[in-house]
Design a protein around this ligand. Structure first.
Ligand SMILES: [Zn+2]
Ligand SMILES: [Zn+2]
Length: 160
């Protein structure tokens, strides 16, 4: 479930935020689409970051690959513009949500990945703190792109 909330102000929250019953000192991670009409916050720590070379991520982002980040679905809060998000079902059970005004891909949600969404990191406004740890779907990699780092490469999707 998306927690659609509306904020009447543009206050940027920094510093301590409540996570469940605990209070953790963490930077609020924020992001937005290209036109700025969709803005979101991540209210918990990202679980992992990876490069996805699958042809669907390439086409959905228009890039040679996508940099994605898994976060708990309940930690993703659309602050403004939730009504502008449209979903495209790119494969059975997988929806890709994008801004219907400017086309920015924001996140995807797969039926078989419960309670987790995949954020398109290019829409982040700051540094989320973590770094990519692997390349996935390398079998679909763009032929003009050469991977030059030493991160593990998976032909498809590794077991989570
Ligand atoms: Zn937009
Ligand atoms: Zn992908």
């Amino acid at each position: 479930m998306l927690n659609a909330q509306r904020c009447s102000s543009n206050i940027r929250t920094r510093g301590p935020i409540a996570v469940g019953r605990q209070t953790e000192i963490t930077e609020m991670i924020e992001g937005s689409c290209l036109c700025g009409n969709v803005r979101y916050e991540l209210r918990g720590p990202p679980q992992s970051m990876y490069y996805c070379h699958c042809s669907m991520c390439r086409k959905a982002t228009g890039s040679s690959f996508a940099t994605n980040m898994l976060v708990k679905e309940s930690d993703l809060v659309i602050i403004v513009g939730a009504h502008l998000l449209k979903a495209f079902q790119s494969s059975p059970g997988e929806n890709r949500y994008f801004c219907s005004e400017c086309g920015s891909p924001i996140y995807s949600k797969a039926r078989d990945r419960e309670n987790v969404v995949s954020i398109r990191c290019g829409t982040l406004n700051g540094d989320p703190g973590i770094r990519p740890t692997e390349h996935i779907y390398v079998a679909s990699k763009a032929p003009w792109f050469e991977i030059r780092d030493r991160l593990p490469q998976h032909l498809g999707e590794p077991e989570l």
